[in-house]
Design a protein around this ligand. Sequence first.
Ligand SMILES: *Cc1c(COP(=O)(O)O)cnc(C)c1O
Length: 428
Amino acid sequence: MSTNAALFERAQRVIPGGVNSPVRAFRAVGGTPRFIHRAEGAYLFDAEGRRYIDYIGSWGPMILGHGHPTVLEAVRKAAADGFSFGAPTEREVELAEEILKLVPSMEQVRLVSSGTEAAMSAIRLARGATGRAKLIKFEGCYHGHADALLVKAGSGLATFGNPTSAGVPPEVVQHTLVLEYNNIALLEEAFALHGPDLACVMIEPIAGNMNFVRASVPFMTRLRELCSRHGALLVFDEVMTGFRVGLHGAQGLYAKLIPGFRPDLSVFGKVIGGGMPLAAFGGPRDVMQQLAPTGPVYQAGTLSGNPVATACGLATLKEIQRPGFFEALAKRTRSLTAGLAQAAQQAGLAFSVDSEGGMFGFFFLDPLPQHYQQVMATDQASFNRFFHGMLERGVYLAPALYEAGFVSAAHTAADVEATVNAAHEALR
Ligand SMILES: *Cc1c(COP(=O)(O)O)cnc(C)c1O
């Protein structure tokens, strides 16, 4: 049997950093990444046969837990009929219909293979449809690794962003403006300066890539007003929140809080594929018709709408529509966050938590952060100690303090209790 350490050694010889996505390397928390051998329900099993209660769920997709029988059966059947055809299938149409039924802001949707691809395509579409170049994003929000989105704030509002990655020439991000999340004054200033040139504003409505930070209702209300007034498209990146915080995504929640609210374009991924490579973007028919082959905005994909992935996504979306699904998931998630908060309180630590549906965040500071700089003020050392304390006790949390956590329908009350007990010990 190979150990995690031996596999990591071997991996680093042939794969940069030993991983195919950087956060998996445990660089933020230190230590050896666990090589996962298999998963079942709420559990992961590593190469050494150790079991972990999984609060990452493949970074969100596994909302039903691992190996859900109905989903597994749908995937097996689809695979037997063929892996990929490069031609249209009925199942793609069925999935598109299902998505549109659940997300009323969209009249048409296009399927792609990753969240990165969906976000990148949505921006191209927004630019093509408006004939404008500039876009706004917010510090701490992640929209995949397309060049134009790997940006941090410039030195002032009149200046556009700087690349956060080598290999992205400054000219490629010269149209991207990066603002502070939840800051209405900056948003107003940015629109006053650049309104007529803005193609879109892209936002994670509940930001899960800086742990868990909600856009405030006044901020979202003002953002919607400004986009409408200036003709910029409001793009909701729901790759993480879609079908995760509720059946109708974060936009369903904001529509309840802000009368008539809807985004212009929406981007989905993660849960939509149930663990298979599948993502989507969509919006009003007139905008979506700008895409090739009906319109001038080019977008394509060899594996887009893949028959096995769509079977997995469809089966997953059907399961989460069962009556009471999200109520039960949200309740379980809240029992976890309440337990963690109590453990921190008993240990006398500053701590705050938030959750929505099956997505949660916790911070070793109080009150809850409202934007990236506040998230980054969290004590890194306390988080890392807690992470490793939990991992040693068989609880697998996200290996970085700026990541959200996920509970699945497979997590039982006993799993949560075991997790909270581990937290009491780890924080002692
Ligand atoms: C994960 C994520 C992405 C990128 O999706 P990939 O499938 O990893 O390319 C984009 N936006 C958000 C909000 C995400 O959480």
